[in-house]
Design a binder for this molecule. Structure first.
Ligand SMILES: Nc1ncnc2c1ncn2[C@@H]1O[C@H](COP(=O)(O)OP(=O)(O)O)[C@@H](O)[C@H]1O
Ligand SMILES: N[C@@H](CCOP(=O)(O)O)C(=O)O
Length: 310
């Protein structure tokens, strides 16, 4: 759970009134790191339940947030199960709360699956294939992951000598791989996907790392979270299921690029966790454990260096 901005019921009620909704109850979202998020039970003017989620963005300006909202609206129109922003009475899909940009979206049903089976992974692969087919124009205005990676690479000095050396060589190789123009999620971890009680995927959240990139990179981000053991070792059965789901749904990837992307994506989240918010700044968890991604990086790098001269 992370809540950096505090809002009382009166403040929430007045905000909801702008959407013609009445507050019933609210709670802070139990997962999440960067933003302040409330899960809200509300009713519309006819008294029908309208569960919604309010996110107050702690770091984004309105100008930064705006293209992500456009993307979400496009994806929802394209039939993907994503939380497109609701519009208020004045027709705006973004408001100011405590001086920060805030967005209200539908509360999608389902729960996170933190112990995925092959079938969950297969559905995640299929969903990624559907996402990667979306029109590139919907994501052209978004900051790209290569630039983000270059910023994180400024912190390579925080790694040990061997890892830093490996990481530098790896990034040199990655820079030679031309960025693709698939619409990628960029952060498709288990806490960004929802499944219903029958195990069917019902929602994909948190598109705030979305951009245009190679599909292999998005697959790598997902595989490093959905298809590794608690110790960070790859789990071949889940890995194969996610990739089969992707291919069966029409997705195409290059195996050689994926091998490289798996190590790059592991490094990226190791670094972002090292430099992310620490618990204590928030009423919540703060950044997740960097050591988890140092282990994943170690296994992925070892596998890659067995096949290539790095
Ligand atoms: N539209 C939604 N429907 C259902 N649950 C949501 C929704 N938005 C957020 N959540 C829940 O809130 C958590 C945190 O939201 P998120 O936007 O990922 O915050 P952060 O950016 O801080 O990680 C998610 O992991 C999910 O459990
Ligand atoms: N999935 C990332 C954390 C991303 O943070 P968020 O606030 O965008 O959910 C990780 O596990 O490091």
């Amino acid at each position: 759970m992370s809540v950096y901005t505090r809002l009382d019921d009166d403040e929430l009620s007045s905000l909801l009134a702008e959407y013609d909704l009445r507050l019933e109850a609210s709670k802070a979202a139990p997962h999440g790191i960067e933003n302040s998020t409330w899960l809200i039970s509300a009713r519309d003017q006819g008294g029908a339940p309208r569960p919604v989620v309010l996110t107050v963005f702690e770091r984004f300006s309105e100008a930064t947030l705006s293209p992500y909202l456009t993307l979400l609206t496009t994806l929802a129109r394209g039939g993907l199960p994503v939380p497109a922003p609701l519009t208020d009475r004045a027709g705006h899909c973004m408001r100011q709360v405590a001086g920060k940009p805030a967005v209200l979206v539908p509360w999608l049903s389902g729960r996170h699956c933190f112990r995925p089976e092959a079938e969950h992974c297969r559905q995640v692969g299929a969903m990624l294939a559907a996402l990667h087919r979306q029109p590139a124009d919907s994501a052209r205005a978004l900051p790209n992951e290569r630039a983000r990676l270059a910023d994180f690479a400024e912190h390579l000095c925080r790694l040990g000598d061997d890892d830093r050396h490996h990481a530098r060589r790896l990034l040199r190789y990655w820079r030679k791989v031309p960025p693709g123009d698939a619409v990628i999620h960029g952060d498709l971890f288990r806490d960004n996907v929802l499944f219903n009680d029958s195990g069917r995927l019902t929602g994909v959240l948190d598109f705030y790392n979305a951009c245009l990139e190679r599909p292999e990179y998005d697959l790598a981000v997902a595989l490093n979270d959905w298809a590794v053991s608690a110790e960070g070792r790859p789990v071949p059965r889940r890995e194969a299921a996610l990739l089969a789901g992707y291919r069966d749904a029409g997705g195409v990837y290059e195996a050689g690029v994926l091998e490289l992307a798996l190590v790059v994506a592991a490094l990226r989240f190791w670094l972002s966790r090292l430099v992310g918010p620490v618990s204590g700044d928030a009423e919540g968890q703060g950044s997740k454990d960097p050591a988890e991604y140092s282990r994943i990086f170690g296994y992925r790098f070892e596998a890659l260096s067995q096949r290539y001269e790095l």
